[in-house]
Write a new protein. Structure first.
Length: 418
């Protein structure tokens, strides 16, 4: 009996020793960094060296695709746009599709090649198509990163090939993963592509979590010698979406296992987003019949008077008390409530396309609400002044898009469900 007990203790000790050695080897790795973040709250559930600068490798291509999506939204590119390969693009090192100088592919094919094959030649060709030169494109990438809140990121190329000045952090990459799905919900689905066929060959996505870890729907892997094996992934389970980023894995398989372990622990601590209970509108907002849009409508005051307006003193309802808020300088627009989230995404995209100069890069706020015990999705754009909000509604109404100018959500009445 005593010998059996010693054997058990010996096995436990060996397991503990192996675990400690593994963790120490991971954290002693100067290339290593990681983070797990709740998408809806931005809450960090796990972090290790998350603000330390590392080489992003091919995770860089997520920003390249962010800018491609932006160009499509602005109407400057479409899926059939021709991407012609220059001598420089054709000469990029693998991974690559291998097109020669003067050959071309369609933008949609280029996008699939970036997501699955992680083609460096395609990244350079797209960068040159959009910005003339890859260095100009990299400047736009860095500026876009700053606008998204990625304060510790600098891009020097569109592919992620090694450049000593091109660095980012695990936290910044998590911010990017959240931003690209938030700002381009329809286009984001491309990151869930398992494989891509082109020119008689099949290219599999390097992100193995798409197949092996339940709930994964993106985002991107990366590897160069200077970075080790990197991965940023987005996973949704039971209404909770987590973003995970790992830099510096020793191998692709060990990196994947490590990130899955971090996700497993984080899901136990994660909390679902709160749902907001609001009263359903008594009736649909009235549409204002307008002729063809004009630059300066003569009957502006008459049109504005017909629009639904908020009460002069909106009320904030809490569980225990009611407060009056008098200071409501921030305004927004509400463009409808929809039973399906995908329809809410589509109307947000349509509204931004109709009024790009007024809405600019404002994110659409999709809020889950209850109407007659059923969940629906309300669509709003906030952070506008009153004049801009009303002007935007006029433009959307002229295109038969329902729109009401209202004070921003933080000062309107609502009840948070316990």
């Amino acid at each position: 009996m005593l010998n059996k007990l010693f054997k058990i203790l010996n096995y436990v000790s060996l397991f503990w020793f192996a675990t400690v050695c593994f963790n120490n080897s991971v954290y002693a790795n100067s290339k290593y960094a990681s983070i797990i973040m709740e998408e809806h709250s931005g809450k960090i559930l796990y972090s290790r060296s998350a603000n330390e600068k590392r080489y992003p490798a091919s995770m860089t291509k997520v920003m390249t695709l962010y800018i491609i999506f932006d160009e499509i939204r602005k109407g400057k590119l479409n899926y059939n746009s021709k991407i012609v390969f220059s001598k420089r693009a054709a000469g990029q090192p693998p991974s690559k599709l291998g097109l020669k100088r003067g050959q071309s592919i369609k933008l949609k094919e280029a996008m699939y090649a970036l997501v699955t094959k992680s083609a460096n030649d395609v990244a350079t060709a797209v960068a040159e198509k959009i910005a003339g030169t890859e260095i100009n494109f990299a400047k736009r990438m860095t500026n876009t990163a700053k606008k998204l809140g990625m304060q510790n990121t600098r891009f020097m190329n569109a592919s992620g090939l090694h450049n000593k000045y091109q660095k980012s952090t695990a936290k910044d990459m998590a911010i990017l993963a959240i931003a690209i799905r938030r700002d381009f919900p329809s286009e984001y689905k491309i990151f869930n592509t398992k494989s891509f066929k082109w020119n008689g060959r099949k290219y599999n996505n390097h992100n193995n979590l798409l197949k092996s870890y339940y709930g994964t729907d993106g985002v991107k892997t990366g590897y160069i010698d200077a970075s080790g094996f990197n991965l940023m992934a987005s996973v949704e389970r039971k209404g909770i979406r987590l973003i995970g980023v790992v830099f510096g894995g020793k191998s692709g398989s060990s990196r994947d296992r490590h990130l899955m372990g971090l996700f497993n622990s984080a899901f136990k601590k994660a909390t679902p987003p709160k749902l907001i209970l609001v009263n359903a509108p008594v009736s649909k907002p009235k549409f204002v019949k307008l002729g063809a849009p004009i630059a300066k409508p003569n009957n502006l005051s008459k049109i504005v008077s017909n629009l639904e307006t908020p009460t002069t003193k909106p009320t904030l309802l809490s569980i225990n008390n009611t407060q009056l808020i008098n200071n409501y300088k921030n305004w927004g627009i509400q463009v409808g409530t929809y039973s399906k989230k995908v329809n809410a995404h589509h109307i947000a995209i349509k509204a931004r396309r109709i009024a790009p100069n007024l809405l600019k890069m404002l994110p659409a706020q999709l809020t889950p609400i209850y109407i007659n015990q059923n969940m629906a999705w309300r669509v709003r754009f906030n952070s506008l002044d009153e004049k801009t909000a009303r002007k935007t509604c006029l433009k959307l109404l002229s295109k038969n898009i329902s729109c009401i100018a209202v004070p921003s959500e933080q000062i309107l009445g609502y009840v948070v469900k316990q």
